[in-house]
Design a protein around this ligand. Structure first.
Ligand code: NOJ
Length: 774
């Protein structure tokens, strides 16, 4: 098994973002009369014909109509009531409908349904002056009717193919519901677990974020071009460094070096765009003093100038209006001017573009050319989606009924769920449990819960299809009556008699499974936490149950890494189950009862203490590196109360086998400038069950012109190993694997000595060493 590294911008070949425009064929009749959704690509015009059509339209549009194309509003008919936000300047459906009729709203979001979509589209193509089709967008984050594991959970699978497949199904269900654009993937590298939106991304590592960003973009957009009726335009977000919010507090300011920006936060966006993403969402935060939704250097110099991005930029919810609160714009007019000139093409719900673009152009504060450029980008994307050829593409109510929530989609959700689970600890091989012959007490606020299986960020999941742990366990057990269930406590409060009932249940059983953790509302937008601990009520429950002395397994439900303590930390078994979506209970049962040998790996480090945040495995060594083995060394980089390592590091995850790594072997200890060496490791499964092991390649640059992380993940591979078998995994290394972002922001490689680990996680194993020579 051999693979070369190919994830760095320098090593990857660029694919043209607008490739879908290149496959267009002959000119169709008028675009507004297509009666029904068709199978396959719907475009009928060539790219040249689309370009001509767009220029004709721009020539015909009034300035108000141009501003209208850049005006994104909430869907007036289909918006779920809880989503009506006081910040939305156009929350009134009648007013929005009137704007649509007058050609003053080019895009709508968060309404789904083929039937309603056709009704709205009919207004745009039959009643508006220029008949420009509507673009429908939606927050389809990790599934739609079928809910897949939250993105952080799915990142634990370290599996691009899985991420591709779940995004593909999400796109299928979205497209058939009349949606064209998904506000996903979130590709913000998250290194502070207090931040609530850790749950939406791929965790703390840059490479894993890059690979999953690309896989998810390809999944949403599909392989047959954007005009395919089943493709959704992907929107990597939030550009940029949104996750670097100081103190992990949502919306907070961010401040960082150019090397960190380019080495950590920009690469996943680059990978998403390289994979073909044709829209990007600008963020809420400021970055080094400049709000990102008014940041010309990021939105234009980097995105367009350096990366040649061809799609359009949409602001996040009123983020351009928030330039005022940032103290960066005087008023709405100024905010619209700054955002537009910086590179925000489409404004989300603030209405500022619609209100101010005509005046800004009339006064000369914004050139008409800039407005035309933004309109051209939006129309070109509509053309790439095939909307001028079939504005009703994908909107087929009959097909919608069959496609959404199809059995195969739920089967994929179950598979994805099982692959997303991480076994942290398994003392005395307490897991897997037997399907019969033992009494099991399932205890805790999440034992029978279905309200928290989806996670914090779903709008259209089928609430009739939510499998609780209890249901999953009972279905897996040969004698379901051997399961006794006790809630024990609420998520954040004691329950009268809860602990005593739980203790009785534990005493009557052979093994205890505690279902503890965070409710969905603990994470997601605006849900930052001060401490990443379990609520005291749950901790007390765990303590009381542990005192009964039965073997105990903790199933954690969580949207971030947690600080574990007391009886939870000391339990024989600890399993991270995140929020796994529609099939949660079945996925967990598959792992708990051994149908699936756990294979997930932590995409975020579990620290010893909350106060270690921000934390990532790839922190710098500092001038006084702490030695965890020598806690007595006082004058080192550490805290008084704990070592500065993780309790469970990034990449950690056990299997039901017994995996043993031999020492890594290099084909040579010298890598020449244009040469290649191989690094291999033999891995034995000394256990009795097959496993899937994730082999991780870490590098440390021992001396460089900028201080480097103590370890950096540079590749990984999943391998299946049969019981008793030994597999050798080989990685090919070229100098690109050693690249880092230098002081000026440019990628650089420097000759010198490097440490290399082939290991089951960060923080373990002994490195081997090689030298790069020029
Ligand atoms: C705000 C969130 O930050 C963003 O991720 C989301 O897509 C928009 N709201 C639209 O709902």
């Amino acid at each position: 098994m051999t693979a070369a590294l190919s994830d760095t911008p320098n090593a990857m070949s660029r694919r043209r973002a607008l490739s879908s425009l290149a496959v267009l064929s002959a000119l169709g009749a008028s675009w507004f009369s297509a009666p029904r959704a068709k199978a396959g690509p719907v475009q009928t015009r060539s790219s040249a014909e689309h370009a001509a059509l767009i220029e004709t339209l721009i020539g015909q549009m009034t300035i108000d109509e141009k501003a209208g194309q850049l005006n994104l509003l909430a869907d007036p008919f289909r918006f779920r009531p809880y989503n009506v936000n006081p910040l939305d300047a156009f929350g009134d459906p009648a007013r929005t409908t009137d704007l649509i009729r007058r050609g003053l709203c080019g895009a709508l979001f968060n309404g789904v349904g083929a039937e309603a979509g056709r009704r709205i589209q009919r207004i745009t193509v039959e009643e508006t002056r220029l008949k420009i089709p509507m673009l429908f967008a939606a927050d389809i984050i990790h599934g739609m009717t079928t809910v897949f594991p939250v993105p952080l959970a799915e990142a634990s699978a370290f599996d691009e193919d899985l991420a591709y497949r779940t995004a593909r199904v999400a796109a299928l269900e979205g497209a058939v519901s009349g949606i064209h654009q998904a506000y996903a993937p979130m590709v913000d590298v998250a290194r502070d677990q207090r931040w609530g939106r850790v749950v939406e991304g791929a965790g703390e590592d840059v490479l894993l974020n890059q690979r999953l960003a690309a896989a998810r973009v390809r999944g949403f957009q599909g392989e047959r071009g954007l005009a395919d009726r089943d493709a959704l335009l992907a929107t990597p977000k939030h550009f940029v460094a949104y996750s670097a919010a100081q103190g992990g507090m949502e919306y907070n300011t961010t401040d960082m070096s150019e090397a960190t920006l380019r080495g950590v936060f920009l690469p996943p966006f680059w990978s998403a765009i390289d994979a073909g993403a044709l829209s990007v969402m600008s963020a809420f935060n400021d970055l080094n003093g400049v709000p990102t939704s008014g940041n010309r250097r990021m939105l234009t110099d980097v995105l367009r100038g350096e990366w040649d991005f061809k799609g359009f930029v949409v602001s996040d919810y009123t983020s351009e209006r928030e330039l005022i609160a940032h103290g960066f714009a005087e008023d709405g007019r100024d905010a619209a001017r700054i955002a537009l000139l910086a590179g925000v093409d489409m404004s989300m719900v603030s209405g500022l573009y619609l209100e101010h673009i005509p005046g800004l152009v009339a006064s000369g504060d914004v050139p008409m050319a800039r407005v035309d450029e933004a309109v051209r980008r939006v129309l070109a994307t509509k053309a790439a989606l095939g909307l001028f050829d079939d504005p009703y593409r994908g909107m087929d109510p009959e097909r919608e009924r069959v496609v959404r929530g199809a059995a195969a989609h739920y089967a994929l959700a179950r598979e994805a769920g099982a692959k997303s689970i991480v076994l942290l600890k398994n003392e005395g091989r307490v897991l897997p449990l037997r399907r019969e012959g033992q009494k099991i007490a399932l205890i805790g606020p999440f034992a029978s819960d279905v309200d928290n299986v989806f996670g914090p960020w779903t709008i259209w999941g089928d609430e009739g299809h939510r499998v609780s742990l209890e249901a999953g366990f009972r279905a897996a057990m040969r004698r379901p009556e051997d399961l006794v269930v006790a809630q024990g406590c609420e998520v954040e409060a004691a329950l009268s008699g809860g602990i005593s009932a739980a203790v009785v249940a534990a005493a009557q059983s052979d093994v205890v499974v505690l279902a503890l953790g965070e409710s969905a509302r603990f994470s997601g937008e605006a849900q930052s936490r001060v401490e990443i601990t379990l609520p005291p009520a749950q901790q007390a429950l765990a303590q009381a149950v542990a005192e009964i002395g039965k073997p105990m397994v903790v199933l954690l439900r969580n949207g971030r890494a947690l600080e574990l303590s007391g009886a939870v930390k000391d339990a024989a078994g600890i399993v991270v189950t995140w929020f796994l979506g529609s099939e949660m209970g079945n996925s967990v049962a598959d792992v708990v009862f051994g149908t699936h040998s756990p294979s997930g790996r932590l995409p975020v480090s579990f620290p010893h203490r909350s106060g270690q945040q921000p934390f990532s495995y790839d922190h710098k060594t500092t001038g006084r590196p702490a030695n965890p083995a020598l806690a007595s060394e006082e004058y080192t980089a550490r805290y008084r109360e704990t070592t500065n390592t993780a309790l469970y590091p990034f990449g950690h995850g056990l299997t039901y086998g017994e995996v043993r790594y031999s020492a890594a072997v290099l084909s040579s200890d010298t890598l020449t400038w244009n040469g290649e060496i191989e690094a291999s490791v033999a891995i034995q499964n000394a256990g009795t069950v097959p496993v899937v092991e994730t082999v991780q390649l870490y590098i440390h640059d021992r001396v460089a012109s900028l201080t480097q992380p103590g370890q950096r993940l540079r590749n990984y591979r999943k391998v299946a190993i049969a019981p008793g078998a030994t597999t050798t995994v080989t990685f090919r290394l070229r100098r690109a694997v050693l690249e880092f972002v230098g002081e000026t922001g440019a990628m650089t490689v420097e000759p010198g000595t490097f440490d290399l680990w082939l290991a089951p996680s960060a923080q373990v194993g002994t490195p081997t060493r090689f030298t790069l020579v020029r």
